[in-house]
Design a protein around this ligand. Structure first.
Ligand SMILES: [Zn+2]
Length: 239
């Protein structure tokens, strides 16, 4: 660490020293400066706990290369994180995030996960109360051009209920992925799954439940359950 970095870090530590342990629980009306100090404190505390809980060996295991088993496309929403559905995502989930969990707005990243890291699973995760889906069903003509561009690629009917819209979008993204990666699916190297992360219990299956709603294009709940039970998610020779 350079002298300057050391000074900056020391100042930062002094600044955050007086912040409550659970600063992230603080009311949101705090001024930006206090919010920044609070969130940095949370990040540093969380990172300290994490790094101290892991051995050198833990990190050495994946220091040279990553070997994830799943490429995950999910929304950028702050209420959705992989620790909601994986106990230890390090080196196991190749995460791609954008508003509305879309393939087309992050195509290169998804392609890298599937074709270069060779993850056998592509998992597309939508979620309860998705703001991108809700916005796309309304009038967003006046929104900033870059955001508009990412909403324009969603294909949800106007005024559709947000939960129905999220479920529809998951199916559309799975379909688009199945088209793009038809060779990998056909040769039994890839399964594409869609799921709904339900922190609001909209599907009445439990708060925080990750509900699988699509397996390789199949959206029939009984068929999905049967496929999950059998574990036969790869479909070799179907192309
Ligand atoms: Zn969202």
């Amino acid at each position: 660490m350079s002298k300057l970095n050391f000074l900056l870090m020391s100042t930062l530590l002094l600044l955050i020293g007086s912040i409550p342990a659970h600063a992230s629980d603080a009311p949101r009306m705090l001024d930006p400066q206090s919010q920044i100090r609070g969130v940095i404190a949370s990040i540093q505390q969380g990172n300290a706990r994490f790094s101290q809980s892991k051995s050198k060996k833990y990190f050495e295991h994946f220091a040279q290369r990553q070997t994830p088993r799943a490429t995950v496309v999910t929304c950028a929403d702050s209420r959705v994180h992989e620790n909601g559905f994986h106990p230890s995502p390090d080196n196991d989930l190749f995460m791609v995030r954008n508003i509305g969990n879309q393939l087309v707005t992050a195509e290169g990243s998804v392609e890298y996960g599937v074709r270069h890291l060779h993850t056998p699973l592509l998992l597309i995760v939508g979620h309860a109360a998705c703001g991108a889906i809700k916005a796309s069903t309304g009038n967003y003509a006046e929104i900033e051009p870059a955001i508009k561009k990412e909403l324009d690629s969603l294909r949800i009917p106007k005024d559709m209920d947000v939960t129905d819209g999220v479920l529809l979008n998951i199916n559309q993204q799975v379909e688009a992925a199945m088209q793009k990666f038809s060779a990998e699916i056909g040769s039994g190297k890839l399964a594409v799954l869609g799921a709904f992360y339900d922190f609001r219990n909209d599907l009445k299956m439990g708060f925080g439940k990750l509900v699988i709603t699509n397996i390789n294009g199949s959206t029939n709940p009984d068929e999905i359950q049967s496929l999950i039970r059998s574990g036969k998610l790869i479909q070799p020779g179907n192309k």
